[in-house]
Design a protein around this ligand. Structure first.
Ligand code: F6R
Length: 602
């Protein structure tokens, strides 16, 4: 995640930077730092921990100047230390960065050969040295040349001791320019700008901004001028912190393409057909796996079970954490115990992990929040890098967990020799498309809104799905019930005929998750069974599947993707359906009744 701020003008830059960072702290708070062009050259100050630690350090050693950059960090590469905090320096220049430079290791190798030395573990320091390597008295040209060599996601702002300018660029990660009189600003998000201006320019992917006191130029990455598209923002501060969205939940649903970039970023080695997870575990040492979690995280674990069994041919049990620890599970030194959790604090999951560890299992956390209890207690952690999730109903963390589960299954399959490199390459190639495909699903929100408008008065819903989409059905039902308070049940589609079919009548909306894949034909038969009994089918289907329209009242389409990856796309319309339904019913979407974000009681 990370928040970045830049200022060039007449005010004290440090005041502007600290105020801006305070408003961006929701984007991460592992460390914070500023760099300022002072009378005494470029100077920076940075501290691990929350912004408060930086503010205290600045009170002890003040910096003064009218041009500066600041950063608040959600750690990705390297732990949250002073050294890894941004800004990162290379000689007379400093940069702040949000995103992941995927080819940083390869760039670092080349820079080491040229004699650069590194003081942090970050990909950002690599970018700083790369810009310095290209610097010939023109910061804009140097940044452009460096970015031509870098691959990945970034919002970056650079400054140089000898130039009165900030140069910024973005691809994937957000960046906004704030326009003032005799001063201009940069920030990851609008709230940081609101105390000073409401006139902003949202930079688009592949754009750069050259920001001076007297004006701002926007260009593409080749240096061609682009028009300055000025937007007047008219947001309350609270709205603005939600990035202009009415609810955190919607913001978090809409940022899922970025989340997938972040989860997968730097981990897929397509050429080798390998996933690089750098886990201190021996994948050959296990005879069985237990995946344990609660709620939404459990459904991600359930998908993980099917994927690992298929690709790594290891027996996997997926279990709800609150059940696991009290049933005397069979665990030994040949067991890999995987805890899946957004917060890393869910007590049921943590206690289950302790139980398994005490019985000799190796333990792995698949976790979002850095430094949380499970990450401290597990032998290894695979971070999902979804950024702070504030809406109580989990959405973006679920997608990130699913992506992590695919990576884990490929990692185990490759290491154990059950997945050949050619097959892995096909899967990795498809995984790279996921952010773009998720974006395509989100662009179809209007279709979901129409479905919600039609069915939001229903008192019950049924959700069905087979195999990898049974968990999708359960997650869809959970989302709907927790934020709309409509009763919803989910079943593996094949189980319907063993009882739940009695529920079906002309009043019951039945959501059937049926994208193309090996289970498609069978699921379609289940749709026909529902139709034959008058049920109202809402199908989630693959683009081009016109035949399904014969049996479904409504179809929500998702793009074609490798069947093993389809749970990542198919859940998105269900998240939106729950959201739009809850909004129509006037529910408190971000803080549904009776729930809490992190459940630390049993
Ligand atoms: C549902 C939801 C909960 C959590 C569950 C586990 O939207 O948010 O079901 O998934 O409480 O939480 P974590 O992932 O923090 O362990």
């Amino acid at each position: 995640m990370c928040g970045i701020v830049g200022y060039v003008g007449f005010r004290d830059a440090v005041d502007v930077l600290i105020e801006g960072l305070r408003r961006l702290e929701y984007r991460g708070y592992d460390s914070a730092g500023v760099a300022v062009r002072t009378g005494d050259g470029l100077r920076e100050l940075k501290r691990a921990g929350k912004l408060k630690a930086l503010a205290e350090a600045l009170a002890q050693s003040p910096l003064s100047g009218t041009v500066g950059i600041g950063h608040t960090r959600w750690a990705t590469h390297g732990p949250p230390t002073d050294e890894n905090a941004h800004p990162h320096r290379s000689g007379k220049l400093a940069i702040v960065h949000n995103g992941i430079i995927e080819n940083y290791l390869e760039l670092k190798r080349a820079l080491l050969e040229k004699g650069y030395t590194f003081t942090s573990d970050t990909d950002t320091e690599v970018l700083a040295h790369l810009i310095a390597e290209h610097y010939r008295g023109d910061l804009e040209a140097a940044l452009r040349a460096a970015l031509a060599e870098a691959r990945g996601a970034y919002a970056v702002v650079a400054m140089h001791q000898d130039e009165d300018v900030l140069v910024a660029a973005r691809t994937v990660s957000p960046l906004v320019v704030g326009l003032g009189e005799g001063e201009n600003f940069l920030a990851s998000d609008v709230p940081a700008l609101l105390p000073y201006t409401r006139r902003v320019v949202f930079l688009e992917d592949g754009e750069m901004a050259v920001v001076r006191r007297e004006g701002v130029e926007v260009k593409d990455l080749a240096g061609n001028p682009r028009p300055l598209r000025v937007t007047e923002v008219d947001w309350s501060l609270e709205q603005a912190e939600k990035g202009g969205f009415p609810h955190y939940m919607l913001k978090e649903i809409m940022e899922q393409p970025w989340v997938l970039e972040n989860t997968l970023g730097g981990r897929l080695d397509e050429a080798a057909g390998e996933v690089r997870l750098e886990l201190p575990l021996d994948p050959g040492a296990f005879e069985r796996i237990h995946v344990v979690a609660a709620g939404t995280a459990f459904y991600a674990g359930w998908v993980g079970k099917y994927l690992i069994e298929k690709l790594a041919r290891l027996p996997v049990e997926a279990e709800i954490a609150s059940e696991y620890r009290y049933r005397d599970p069979v665990v030994d030194g040949k067991t890999l115990f995987i805890a899946v959790s957004q917060s890393g604090e869910t007590i049921d999951t943590l206690e289950a992990l302790r139980e398994a560890r005490n019985r000799g299992a190796a333990t792995l956390g698949v976790i979002n929040v850095k430094g949380s209890s499970i990450t401290r207690e597990a032998d290894a952690t695979l971070y999902i890098h979804a950024g702070p999730e504030i809406g109580v109903a989990s959405t973006k963390a679920y997608l990130a967990m699913l992506a992590a589960m695919v990576m884990l299954a490929v990692w185990l399959g490759r290491a154990r020799g059950t997945l050949d490199p050619a097959e892995a390459r096909v899967l990795l190639h498809e995984m790279r498309k996921l952010p773009r495909l998720a974006e395509a699903v989100l662009s179809r929100r209007e279709a979901v809104k129409r479905v919600a408008a039609k069915y939001h008065q229903a008192t019950d819903f049924l959700f069905l799905g087979r195999n990898l989409h049974a968990p999708t059905a359960f997650e869809g039902a959970l989302k709907l019930k927790e934020i709309s308070y409509i009763h919803a049940e989910a079943y593996p589609a094949g189980e319907m005929k063993h009882g739940p079919i009695a529920l079906i009548d002309e009043h019951l909306p039945v959501v059937v998750v049926s994208p193309r894949g090996p289970w498609y034909e069978k699921t379609r038969s289940n749709i026909q069974e529902v139709r034959a009994r008058g049920g109202r089918v809402i199908a989630v289907a693959t683009d081009g599947d016109e035949a399904i329209r014969e049996h479904a009242e409504e179809v929500l389409y998702i793009p074609e993707v490798h069947p093993l990856l389809s749970p990542i796309l198919a859940v998105i319309p269900l998240q939106l359906l729950a959201y739009e339904t809850a909004v129509l019913l006037g529910r408190d979407v971000d803080q549904p009744r009776n729930l809490a974000k992190s459940v630390t009681v049993e």
